[in-house]
Design a protein around this ligand. Structure first.
Ligand code: LLP
Length: 418
């Protein structure tokens, strides 16, 4: 469910007309709904209400500070994967004791920054990393709180690029090695074992893989206990899917219903790291039709947003629904919706049936709130889009559109060229 609906013939974000917002903020434009975002966050909070838990929003899905602040005010924690994301989370007011830090390649600087910030825990992905964290923590005279990210070897039945829980992936440590790694961690003087972490992939539309993975993790926790290693946190990662097209994704309530009976036999605190399921359908990308072009029996709708703004269709062949901002009664046509970038892979839809738009029309690319802006770039010298947050009938620019000067601000010309 989301709050981008038609009223009469115009698309609204909550109670604000998208067309009107664009008149002021231009295109390409990301628009987020305050109401949708809150509802999605609260759905997790309410679903897991009966069991001690921390919802750590995965910043990689969207790290706009205004959205993070909104979530932080509701009590959200954060799942970060870099020093930059940690910086964003802290800036937005997420308490350090609700921040978990994952990623296979944490640098020494990043580790020191996280230790000094006193985050909840590192989700550690290798023995090299474990030893590095131990060394840095020792230097700082602190104990580093950690979970080991285990790889439960479960197929998440999702796109290969966003599936992470199989043996062949670079993530985590193999389940069968987990005990050995925990024993290693237990021996390190500056490491404090707090939890077990797993994340099996993203856009998962069934509850079963989560249950299967949790069972393996719980068995590991029992095994650790018998070795004298006590676990406090079970971090389930993120990955709950959303409807982009026809797919039906479980509601957080269904996830909770499947998980809580298993975990309530124990005294853990559950951590969840949802990203997409909170922000994905809370955002759209609005773009303007620049040109229509027919060639070789193909019809192209050329818009002013490109793969630099939303790379998901190009990178994963991802489906995003495309709707006109003003309902259009034009004849149905089968079109490719493409951007202005010099790459054949720069498209938002291929062979899509749309009421043929006209030049100047606005189109809304739906479900673009997650991994949209956060994966955007300046490729082809393109300024990154502006972002707007709608609350009721009001809207707020939460990121200005970049300018050409922004694109060259950090560039240095060596003296010999002056
Ligand atoms: N926790 C960890 C350790 C993760 O690696 C991820 C996502 C999440 C949580 C959040 O997963 P979510 O709830 O959003 O599914 N760019 C891709 C998705 C990559 C996901 C990477 N990891 C896309 O646009 O589909």
């Amino acid at each position: 469910m989301h709050d981008f609906q038609y009223k009469k013939s115009g698309l609204y974000a909550e109670d604000a007309a998208v067309g009107k917002i664009v008149e002021q903020a231009g295109t390409p434009l990301y628009i987020y709904s305050h109401r949708t975002l809150l509802r999605h966050y609260k759905a997790f909070e309410e679903a897991f209400d009966g069991y001690p838990h921390v919802i750590c929003f995965a910043l990689k899905a969207n790290s706009n500070l205004a959205l993070l602040k909104l979530l932080a005010e509701e009590g959200s924690g954060a799942d970060v994967v870099s020093g930059g994301e940690l910086f964003f989370a802290l800036k937005a007011g997420v308490p350090a004791e609700k921040i978990v830090y994952a990623g296979v390649g944490k640098t020494e600087e990043e580790i020191a920054y996280a230790l000094k910030s006193r985050i909840l825990m590192f989700n550690v992905e290798s023995s090299d990393e474990l030893e590095t964290i131990d060394k840095i923590a020792g230097g700082l005279g602190v104990k580093a709180p950690i979970a080991l990210r285990v790889n439960p070897n479960i197929s998440a039945s999702t796109h290969p690029y966003i599936s992470t829980g199989l043996k062949k992936h670079k993530f985590g440590i193999p389940m069968e090695k987990a005990l050995e790694y925990y024993c290693l961690a237990d021996k390190l003087r500056n490491i404090k074992i707090l939890g077990i972490h797993k994340h099996i992939g993203s856009q998962i539309t069934k509850v079963a893989p989560f249950v299967e993975a949790l069972k393996k993790v719980l068995a590991l926790a029992e095994n650790l206990k018998s070795q004298g290693i006590e676990i406090k946190y079970i971090d389930m990662g993120g990955g709950l899917g959303i409807p982009y097209n026809e797919e039906v994704s479980p509601h957080p309530k269904e996830l909770a219903k499947a998980i809580i009976p298993l975990i309530k036999l124990y005294d853990f605190t559950l951590i969840l790291e949802p990203g997409r399921s909170i922000v994905g359908n809370a955002g759209i990308l609005v773009t303007k039709v620049l040109y229509l072009k027919k060639q070789h029996r193909k019809e192209f709708v050329i818009v002013d947003a490109g793969m630099n703004d939303l790379i998901r269709p190009s990178l994963y062949d991802a489906y995003h629904h495309i709707q006109p901002v003003r309902r259009n009664k034009g004849p149905l046509a089968v079109v490719d919706v493409v951007g202005p970038i010099c790459e054949s892979g720069d498209f938002f839809a291929k062979g899509r049936k749309l009421n043929r738009p006209q030049r100047g029309d606005l189109l809304a690319i739906m479900s673009a709130g997650a991994y949209g802006f956060s994966m955007s770039s300046n490729y082809n010298g393109r300024t990154r889009a502006a972002e707007v947050l709608v609350k009721g009938k009001d809207f707020f620019v939460i990121r200005e559109r970049e300018t050409y000067n922004d694109l060259i601000e950090d560039v240095k010309i060596p003296g010999f060229l002056k």
